[in-house]
Ligand binder design. Structure first.
Ligand SMILES: Cc1cc2nc3c(=O)[nH]c(=O)nc-3n(C[C@H](O)[C@H](O)[C@H](O)COP(=O)(O)OP(=O)(O)OC[C@H]3O[C@@H](n4cnc5c(N)ncnc54)[C@H](O)[C@@H]3O)c2cc1C
Length: 512
């Protein structure tokens, strides 16, 4: 397993292909530091004996000790530990831990490459395992690039006026493919070793060129990263963890990029029969990522709840009934979303590849609740804080010879709390709620992992509403009997198996 220092040294060796505004920079640019500070936790805790049980596991490929952020889940316990690790690490960085997207995509690939091999006699799964072994040994950090620019939202990829609105294969060669396109809103790429690219939706037969999945180093020839850092000015006076945080979101442009065969995991352009698996892969990544959300989002709610409780104390309103009521909503929300993820791990199933897949209805229900409530949570924090989180004078004013003492005097609130701590509290909440990073976290709460509407679509695809109606039919006297309750979902495994059987039937020669 790498240390944080080794990770930083590896980043320094990468080619500069990051564009911040009109500057082209390398991975030593100070504006990337905040994001790397967050990733640091994932390395440090894997070397900390107190965290070992959560952050370290055994590779199912080599049996070696690996960082859990490079693990392919093999059991219910793996899913539960991933969820708890995510929650606890997110507490330490005030929100998103930024290392789950890549490994969520790789878990999805482990399921779908295996399925393609069974149904289509391709050889992707062995290729995937070889890649995964390298990924685990090098202890890589990866981003997952799924979201395409998408152009006109109501048109399919092949119907777009500009065919590059979804990433596509423009040529299949003997030794690889050439891809063209862009993936937008992608987290952590500027300080990731690898980019895992997966499709963003179901692809129709006419969309075969868009059914593509692969992995590339983040500084590969032709890959251009248009990066937007959101970082916080570090405090010059105090050691405040929130003032060191940051994030980078990236438009990844693939400017006619060559991908060698050993890094390709789906190519509908070369083999149109792979095209239907694009939709399965898109949903499977979303599924793993939404399960990760049931770990990180409760932590975000708890960070907000914790800040709300603290500021209520500092404002002297802690014991008022409205403050108690509001804080209890935050705590309840965090626990409900976590419970959905926990329960979804308990109702998980094994895919034929051996990878453990969480329950889809529970995962999506949890992630949607979190997405829908995000602004309600920030509303409570802003309500209990008062306006100072948006108007706090800059740090220098509190230490200025002329006005510093006066600034401190007028900051005073609850007489039992030191003024310095009141300053730190409002500064911290400013970062969480009002800074560029805070704004980003709010939008991430709605759209990251898929907008709430996407969870609705997944749930309605998987839930048997016809059978659900039996309860009402019995109660209303339309049906005489009501069978005992069973889960009314079609699981990903059942879906994949049905699809595989249909494909294999088509492949049988007619006279057999
Ligand atoms: C901070 C942040 C980090 C992110 N990180 C990543 C990442 O690491 N990797 C990654 O791949 N993605 C990432 N995303 C992208 C995220 O998954 C998408 O933003 C999300 O899926 C929504 O897609 P969109 O932004 O294109 O919005 P749209 O899909 O354009 O949604 C806008 C609205 O249009 C509606 N809509 C869209 N299509 C239709 C339709 N056909 N019919 C009716 N209504 C429609 C939606 O429901 C929504 O109400 C990130 C996003 C954010 C904000």
């Amino acid at each position: 397993m790498r240390t944080f220092e080794q990770y930083v040294e590896d980043l320094k060796k990468m080619k500069p292909n990051i564009y911040i505004g009109d500057e082209k920079v390398d991975r030593t640019d100070p504006r990337l530091k905040g994001g790397m500070f967050i990733i640091k936790e994932t390395f440090d805790k894997a070397h900390d004996p107190e965290w070992e049980d959560l952050c370290v596991t055994k590779s199912h490929i080599t049996g070696n000790r690996i960082n859990r952020f490079t693990n392919i889940h093999q059991s219910e316990e793996d899913l539960l530990k991933k969820q708890l690790m995510t929650r606890r690490l997110c507490h330490r960085v005030g929100g998103c831990i930024q290392r789950c997207m890549g490994i969520d995509a790789l878990n999805a690939l482990s399921v779908i490459t295996y399925e393609m091999d069974q149904a289509l006699h391709t050889e992707y799964y062995q290729r995937f395992l070889k890649y995964m072994e390298m990924f685990q040994e090098k202890d890589f950090v990866a981003s997952c690039a799924q979201t395409d620019p998408k152009g006109d939202r109501l048109k399919r990829p092949f119907q777009q006026e500009d065919p590059d609105q979804y990433l596509r294969v423009i040529e299949t060669k003997e030794d690889g493919i050439i891809v063209r396109g862009c993936k937008i809103n992608i987290t952590n790429t500027a300080y990731a070793d690898e980019i895992i690219v997966v499709p963003g939706r179901y692809m129709s037969p006419d969309d075969k060129d868009y059914a593509v999945a692969f992995a590339l180093p983040a500084d590969w020839e032709g890959v251009k990263l248009l990066t937007r850092p959101a970082w916080v000015k570090e405090s010059k006076v105090f050691d405040i963890p929130t003032s060191k945080l940051g994030d980078c979101e990236t438009f990844i442009i693939f400017d006619d990029v060559f991908v060698p065969n050993e890094r390709i995991f789906m190519n509908g352009h070369g083999n149109p029969r792979e095209t239907p698996y694009a939709g399965f892969l898109a949903l499977m990544f979303a599924h793993y990522h939404r399960h990760s959300y049931t770990g990180c989002k409760p932590a975000t709610s708890e960070v907000i709840a914790s800040a709300s409780a603290l500021v209520a104390e500092y404002n002297g309103i802690e014991k008022t009934s409205h403050a108690q009521d509001k804080i209890s909503h935050l705590i309840g929300l965090a626990e409900l979303v976590f419970a959905a993820g926990e329960s979804s791990a308990k109702h998980s199933e094994k895919a034929p590849s051996g990878t453990q897949v969480p329950d889809e209805i529970l995962t999506n229900a949890g992630r949607r609740l979190a997405g829908e409530m995000i602004y309600e949570e920030y509303k409570i924090l802003a309500d209990l804080s008062g306006g100072l989180i948006a108007t706090l004078p800059y740090e220098g004013s509190f230490f200025n010879e002329e006005v510093g003492e006066l600034a401190m005097k007028y900051l005073k609130r609850n007489p039992r709390v030191k003024t310095e701590n009141i300053y730190k509290c409002f500064k911290g909440i400013e970062t969480l709620a009002v800074s560029e990073l805070g704004g980003l976290m709010q939008v991430a709460g709605i759209h990251g992992g898929g907008s709430p509407q996407m969870e609705t679509i997944t749930m309605m695809m998987r839930y048997d509403t016809e059978k659900l109606k039996d309860i009402a039919k019995y109660l209303f006297g339309i049906k005489k009997k009501l069978k005992p309750y069973v889960r009314l979902t079609v699981t990903p495994r059942q879906q994949l198996e049905k699809f595989r059987k249909a494909l294999l039937r088509q492949q049988k020669p007619e006279n057999t």
